[in-house]
Design a protein around this ligand. Sequence first.
Ligand SMILES: Cc1cc2nc3c(=O)[nH]c(=O)nc-3n(C[C@H](O)[C@H](O)[C@H](O)COP(=O)(O)OP(=O)(O)OC[C@H]3O[C@@H](n4cnc5c(N)ncnc54)[C@H](O)[C@@H]3O)c2cc1C
Length: 378
Amino acid sequence: MSARKRVAVVGVGTMGSQAAWRLAARGAEVVGYDRFAPGHDRSAAGGETRIFRSAHFEDSRYVPLLKHADALWEELQRETGRELRRLTGCLLMGPTAHHQMSTVLESIAEHGLDHEVLDADLLAKRFPQYRIEDGDVAVLDRRAGFIRPELTVQTAARRAEELGARIHRYTPVREITSAGNGVEIRTDAGVERFDAVVVTVGPWVNDLLPELPWEVEIRRLVSAWYVPATADAWFGDERPAFIRTAPTHCYGLPSPDGVSVKLGLSRALHRPVDDPNRLDRTVDPAELEIFTELIGRHMPDLHPDPVRLSVFMEGYTESSRPLVGPLPGNDNVVLLAGFSGHGFKLSPAFGDIAADLALDGASSQPIDFISTSNRTEA
Ligand SMILES: Cc1cc2nc3c(=O)[nH]c(=O)nc-3n(C[C@H](O)[C@H](O)[C@H](O)COP(=O)(O)OP(=O)(O)OC[C@H]3O[C@@H](n4cnc5c(N)ncnc54)[C@H](O)[C@@H]3O)c2cc1C
């Protein structure tokens, strides 16, 4: 970087806090804006845990990005002395013939990832809390585990501030406009000019950028916590997160509290959100029926009355691949949106890529498959 660039980060949540850290670490003058404050619970980040995994069952092209993220998770923890992530493993379970099971095995073979394949007998012995079905297989991804989302957002934002970033809290950005070879940001306090802007507003992407040429559908995700009858299996020496691919895609994590287990569902089961400013955080008892069904079928040791519920939002693209790169017609506006339920684990890598794009106009990371420059979908 020749002259010191002035870069705005609009939305200091999951991706924005990491982008601010990476930009500040590279010496840029960083100004962040958030409609709330880093670590808040009204958007996509929160609810105690997120799964980190190395093997990708959706698309093995994410694996190099996961490796980059993995290294940056370590770096952020080292720099700040905080435990943001704990590698307890992640068990992927489902019918052997399911395409996500083959993709995960492909991505493991292609990238030499640390794993174990467990047949039904072995699974029943090691992880008796799960009831599996004939023809099911389980793959234990060893370089996997859980991330603490609220702590991560606050830690990355704070680290960015230590490195010189300024963050305007409770300051929604109203408009972003091109101005010569720079960009202007309008808030209720006035207009500021920057060389480049990173836009990481999560579920508010359609509000801030109503002309966006790609569809990002905002959905509402319910998570529910359940208490097991016997804690030993869930909270023994091995405490992996789990993902079940079929017949109903779901996932879960033994809570770090050592008492409860959090369960979540797949995209198809999330209701759309019309207005992110009016997220309905009340959970209707009917929404819990699917959890009760899953517990009865796959985890009968969990007591079917939840002890805690949470509601968050996330933006989904049609392909489930995020939008990463410049806005059409303005290379100085770098968009990161539509993480489709799987962005958290990758967030340090995406923050770093945002810094590459804002400072250098290009990234050496393999992002062709998610780049806005190559996207035609509606
Ligand atoms: C319940 C749930 C479970 C999930 N589980 C996993 C998982 O296990 N593993 C995984 O990898 N991923 C998971 N994800 C996905 C992951 O959490 C998201 O992909 C990620 O948090 C999205 O980050 P973001 O930066 O786009 O949005 P956010 O983190 O929501 O950040 C957007 C920020 O922009 C701010 N903002 C909005 N509008 C403006 C404006 N106009 N001006 C200023 N600021 C603004 C908001 O206040 C917010 O802080 C899960 C998501 C949910 C909801």
